[in-house]
Design a binder for this molecule. Sequence first.
Ligand code: ZN
Ligand code: ZN
Length: 313
Amino acid sequence: MSSEGQTSLDRVRNRISDPPLLETAHMLIDTHAHLDFPDFANDLEDVLRRADEADVKRVINIGTSIESSKRAIALAEKYPSVYAAIGVHPSSAHDAEDDVITPLRELAKHPRVVAIGETGLDYHHLPSEEVAKEKQVQVMTALRSETDEEIEAQIRDGACKSKQASLFQQQLDLAVELGLNVVIHQRDAWEDTLEVLRAYTGKVRGVFHCFGGSLEQANEVLGLDHLVSFTGIVTFKNGVAVRQVAADIPLWKFMVETDCPFLAPTPFRGKRCEPAYTRIVAETIAVARGVSFNEIAEATTETAEQFFRFNRA
Ligand SMILES: [Zn+2]
Ligand SMILES: [Zn+2]
């Protein structure tokens, strides 16, 4: 049929069969949220509606313990835009059973589980750090008891680190077994985290979430075929360094997240964070890179689509 002969009905048909380009072009994925935390108990439906209005069409709820992972799956069952990652956070290590791979393997059978994590190493709150903090206020404590306390804390540090490493390895092993990728939490434990991960190079991919390291560190993890993701920290006044890393690394090597309820971006800093703010994170990175918001939305969404297993049979 010639174009002249095209009826208005044909034109409508053609338009309908076109893929909804505009919708997906603006779409974002919040790759790291904690909607199962009590902070969202009273208004989760509103929170998800605002996310949708901000074009944050998918939210990955990240488990931090076995119980939290179960809640993540329950949310993913209830809300079509929510998916679950299941894992035991290093800060929950002291409360965790020695064997986490068995219960996580069971939970991972659920088709809306898209990754393992968050897992990793966190040395920020080790027992000796807590003792050192207490010491600053208890300056009058007798020297002898302080020393004992410190030695004991150092022994507990060692136990805490090895428990964290064991849980981390179990979760990496499970990810390899199931062909899932891993959401990695790292704080004050850079060398040890990479040391554990090196044995898994080529077998499993990880995302270093809430990335706050240097460009050199970013390149180190990208070189091992892992990714990084950025939170609202890129919007902070004192977030210059991480904003620069987000501007400098290759477009296809990072994702965006909120880590809500934590780390609300400017101008909401200090308030409760929520998935809708993923948009502010993406907009800030777009400005830092001197590109359009759409370019960041499209690239980070496609990277997330490839990293997480959204369509598990
Ligand atoms: Zn984390
Ligand atoms: Zn988290």
